[in-house]
Design a protein. Structure first.
Length: 483
């Protein structure tokens, strides 16, 4: 038989048998010894690191460009003066919006993105579009003197509010779980507008300083002092107030859930239109007459600011009421102590619980006290998220991932309950949320006794289309968290 006619025996193919499957798979080399690895085709676009890097790169480039443009208009000295004065109201505004978000604090990365978008991307779009529109109006009308007024009244509000609203839209679409209502819309919009106003104030104050340098004016009679008084002292909330109207539209749309598609489109657009209208009225107030600015400020701006402030506080109280409605069912099932829902619905009781844990039963170890206070704060945040998750499930129907998310939150609560439970129970007694005939006793930390209360039971269904099954609460024999 010739060499070319030799027939080689084909290797046998392993037969898939259920009883041998585990043994076969156990013989596969460890991952570090793999010779063949899965190909990463297109996964780079889905990587969180890639997307975060792309966003940071775009915002950084916008920041460099806007920095160069502002410095070109104001000069180096004017830029530094404007920067020093414009930064003054920023911490106060950010602290105010963050205070409003204390019930269910959003992640700082969302707020920093919103601020950076307003200060860099939105400001760059505004300065380029407004300059182009003003030159076009001056050429089309042959009236350069009136072009600035028309541009500020008709073009600037549309461009600026649209550019700022993009940040709210992006968080609304891509951070849906962290955007649950009116408060979230107000806070995100407020941070975006604060960043935009910061960059705009640098430009205005820097130009005013340059004008004073040319005229030789100083002190309270200078243009810089007047600009600072109007933009920083009298109306630091102007841009936040405009954009907050867009944020309220997005917030109400988020409350409606995914089923109300028309509301999710119409309400944000309505808020944006209101923001543009108020912005146009504010920019055009000087054209009304010598007292037009003060008229708009007193009749429109201040009442609107008071109304929005009232709405924001009401929305925050509504979030606290949600906790009082949704959390008692978890207390009845044994996951929370009976007094914990009462303490969680009071901002004063929450703060007292954190302070109690921080002192760590009088222990001098500050590190342990800070860790305990952080555990209580995280417990409060997770409990709030659990209540909001259940409220959305009742109003919009439980999604396919409801059970998984609920179990994850219960797991986080269970890990911190030994410290947070006694602190919140004590705070409920101390603040009068829970009426007792004896004074409360300071609890020991860490807690030394297991959680008392009724045995866990099956949670009632959050929606009639959801069975309410929880594998960790199915028969009342397991009260522990997911493994």
């Amino acid at each position: 038989m010739s060499e070319g006619s030799v027939q080689h025996q084909q290797p046998a193919v392993p037969v898939l048998e259920e009883q041998q499957l585990d043994e076969f798979l156990a013989a596969v080399p460890e991952r570090g010894q793999w010779r063949y690895r899965p190909r990463r085709v297109g996964l780079v676009w889905r990587s969180k690191a890639f997307r975060a890097g792309a966003v940071i790169t775009v915002l950084a480039l916008c920041g460099l460009v806007i920095l160069a443009l502002v410095r070109e208009q104001t000069g180096t000295e004017g830029f530094l003066v404007g920067l020093g004065l414009a930064v003054l109201p920023v911490p106060l505004l950010m602290a105010a919006f963050r205070w409003l978000d204390r019930v269910e604090p959003g992640p700082w990365r969302n707020l920093l993105f919103a601020f950076a978008w307003g200060a860099c991307a939105a400001a760059l779009v505004a300065i380029i579009a407004n300059s182009f529109a003003t030159r076009w109006i001056a050429t089309a009308t042959a009236d350069p003197a009136n072009a600035d007024t028309l541009g500020a009244t008709l073009v600037a509000p549309v461009v600026e509010e649209s550019a700022k609203a993009v940040a709210v839209l992006l968080i609304f679409l891509f951070r849906r779980r962290q955007f649950g209502g009116i408060v979230d819309g107000i806070v995100v919009a407020g941070f975006t507008a604060t960043g935009f106003a910061f960059t705009e104030n640098i430009l205005y104050l820097g130009n005013a300083f340059g004008e004073d340098q040319q005229l030789g004016t100083t002190g309270f009679a200078s243009v810089t002092a007047g600009t600072f008084f109007v933009r920083v002292v009298m109306s630091p909330f102007a841009h936040p107030l405009f954009t907050v109207l867009s944020g309220i539209g997005f917030g109400i749309a988020a409350l409606g859930g995914a089923r109300h598609r028309v509301r999710r489109v119409v309400l944000p657009l309505l808020g944006l239109v209101l923001a543009m209208g108020m912005h146009a009225l504010w920019n055009g107030s000087s054209a009304i007459g010598p007292y037009g600015f003060y008229l708009v400020y007193g009749v429109v701006m201040m009442p609107s600011f008071g109304l929005v402030t009232w709405l924001a506080i009401w929305a925050r109280q509504r979030e606290l009421r949600t906790l009082s409605v949704e959390l008692p069912v978890y207390a009845a099932a044994g996951w929370l102590a009976p007094a914990e829902p009462l303490a969680l619905t009071s901002m004063r009781a929450r703060g007292m619980a954190r302070d109690m844990a921080r002192h760590w039963n009088g222990h001098p170890d500050r590190a342990r006290g800070r860790a305990a206070a952080r555990a209580v704060a995280e417990y409060e945040s997770f409990a709030t998220s659990l209540a909001m998750l259940r409220r959305r499930a009742r109003h919009d129907g439980a999604g396919p991932d409801f059970a998984v998310r609920e179990q994850e939150l219960l797991h986080h609560l269970w890990q911190r309950r030994d410290i947070a439970g006694p602190a919140l129970t004590y705070a409920a007694h101390a603040t009068g949320r829970l009426r007792v005939h004896r004074p409360p006793v300071r609890p020991p930390f860490p807690r030394q006794f297991p959680h008392g209360g009724p045995p866990p039971q099956r949670l009632p269904a959050p929606h009639r289309h959801y069975g309410g099954y929880n594998p960790y609460l199915d028969d009342g024999r397991r009260s522990g968290p997911p493994a």
